[in-house]
Design a protein around this ligand. Structure first.
Ligand SMILES: C[S@@+](CC[C@H](N)C(=O)[O-])C[C@H]1O[C@@H](n2cnc3c(N)ncnc32)[C@H](O)[C@@H]1O
Length: 210
């Protein structure tokens, strides 16, 4: 299983944003939604083994976390407006009120009160990484992807000091995906590509060993 956690420092935690000006009214939820596409969708397909968490730290209802599970989600479209429409419907739900942990809102999509803590409690034994420019390169990590991974990605402003300290305490290992700082959704696509290559190499090796 591949898990991606996007931390939206000002991303809207309620449905109060405009589809006609997503970047200007949603605390850059658009960055996070493009990352959902990059993590879950291939050209004409849905990956079977991805969970994405959007940690929404902006607006009156924050903190709140949306969880997308590709094995159960239906009708996920790649265009940003369709994803924003979906996110607005999910955020209009009050299924998470009063409860603890994730509550189901739509097929494969859940919502929880809380931020990083609810995500960390949901990760199981996945190896934790935090994407950070200047950290050791993913290509120097021979074991990356051999087990389930949970990868933390910052938004357009990176991580706050608080979140970064929390991730350190949670055992997330810093990792870079190359020398150039890219957009969050591109960082997710690069990680997916790296994991795809490693998985393909493993399969090829297994075929030779058979
Ligand atoms: C647009 S970048 C953040 C830029 C922000 N202004 C900063 O200084 O951190 C969004 C996120 O993508 C990830 N990222 C982008 N380029 C990366 C790289 N070369 N190596 C590792 N992570 C990267 C990081 O998690 C980063 O927080």
């Amino acid at each position: 299983l591949r898990r991606f956690i996007l931390i939206g420092q000002k991303a809207a935690s309620s449905e109060d944003f405009s589809l006609d000006d997503l970047p200007g009214t949603s605390g850059r939820l658009d960055v996070l939604l493009r990352s959902v596409r990059a993590a879950m969708l291939t050209s004409h397909g849905l990956r079977p083994d991805v969970v994405v968490y959007l940690v929404l730290l902006g607006g009156a209802r924050a903190p709140r976390t949306m969880r997308f599970d590709s094995s159960a989600v239906k009708f996920l479209r790649p265009d940003e407006r369709a994803l924003a429409t979906l996110a607005r419907k999910v955020l209009a739900s009050r299924a998470d009120e009063g409860g603890s942990g994730f509550a189901s809102v739509k097929a494969g999509i859940m919502l929880a009160r809380g931020g990083l803590d609810v995500v960390l409690a949901d990760l199981g034994g996945a190896a934790r990484y935090v994407l950070e420019e200047g950290a050791p390169d993913v290509r120097a990590e021979p074991d990356f992807g051999r087990e389930d991974v949970a990868i933390f990605v910052g938004d357009h402003t990176g991580f706050s000091d608080d979140v970064r300290a929390h991730l350190d305490a949670a055992g997330a290992r810093p990792m870079s995906i190359g020398p150039v700082r890219v957009h969050a959704d591109d960082a997710v696509a690069i990680v997916q590509n790296e994991l795809d290559r490693r998985e393909a190499r493993e399969h090829a090796r297994a075929r030779v060993d058979d």
